[in-house]
Ligand binder design. Structure first.
Ligand code: B16
Ligand code: MG
Length: 217
């Protein structure tokens, strides 16, 4: 692999912090209120997926068909519960190696962007006290098309002023890795190789990434 990459684009949930457990709590409680079970295995289907699409998957599991107004109200209800959890989030919940990775890249002059589906990303970055490590923040408030559409990462590259082909994406969701590939970026999977067929390379966590093999230091 040539060391030509000039920017790193980072997914949030599953790469920098494990907020999936709080999403799960809130979705499971909503399912219970609606009268059905929502398992951890069902929750795997929500990884990297937008809030509305997540609700649609949950309703599929419960075999419920609701109209748009009802769906909007339920998504709001779920988000209020989720936000009550992430308001309590602190630096102890940073995933191993995440902050060190961002800091090291910054020190070496590599540009950094967030590329997350979450509309709550600003609050999460603030509570983790890592906002200052990003040159650009692209989140669910800024993009219209969900991953696997490459919009979130293309916008990140554009805000950083770096050509897409010089960007590396770190992602834990298969849809996000597909988005990275479609954008013409290097797709680094965070997790287990068997779950991430679209990754160019996979590491178990940011702690395991050899940054000087990837970037132009
Ligand atoms: P919100 P990521 C994603 O974050 C989560 O993985 C996904 O489960 C969630 O539904 C989505 O954000 C939207 O989150 O409801 O906070 O807007 O992995 O793209 O950082
Ligand atoms: Mg993710």
């Amino acid at each position: 692999m040539t060391s030509k990459y000039q920017a790193g684009l980072f997914d949030l949930d599953g790469v920098i912090v494990d907020t999936a457990k709080y999403h799960y709590l809130a979705w499971r409680n909503l399912a219970h209120k609606l009268g059905f079970e929502f398992t951890e295995q069902d929750n795997q289907r929500l990884k990297g997926v937008s809030r509305m699409r997540s609700l649609e998957i949950l309703l599929e599991v419960g075999n419920l068909a609701l109209d748009e107004a009802q769906k909007t109200a339920l998504a709001k209800q779920k988000n209020e519960e989720y936000v009550s959890y992430i308001k309590q989030l602190d630096r102890s919940e940073l995933l191993p190696g995440a902050e060190a990775c961002l800091q090291q890249l910054r020190e070496k002059g590599i540009k950094i962007a967030l590329g997350s589906a979450s509309k709550n990303a600003p609050l999460i970055l603030k509570n983790l006290e890592i906002e200052h490590l990003f040159d650009a923040v692209i989140d669910g408030n800024k993009v219209a098309k969900a991953k696997p559409d490459p919009e979130v990462f293309l916008l990140g590259a554009q805000e950083l002023g770096v050509p897409a082909m010089d960007c590396v994406v770190f992602e834990d969701a298969e849809a996000g890795l597909q988005a990275a590939r479609t954008a013409g970026m290097l797709a680094v999977g965070i997790g287990q190789a068997q779950d991430l067929p679209s990754a160019d390379i996979v590491f178990p966590g940011l702690y395991a990434v050899q940054l000087d093999d990837l970037f132009q230091f």
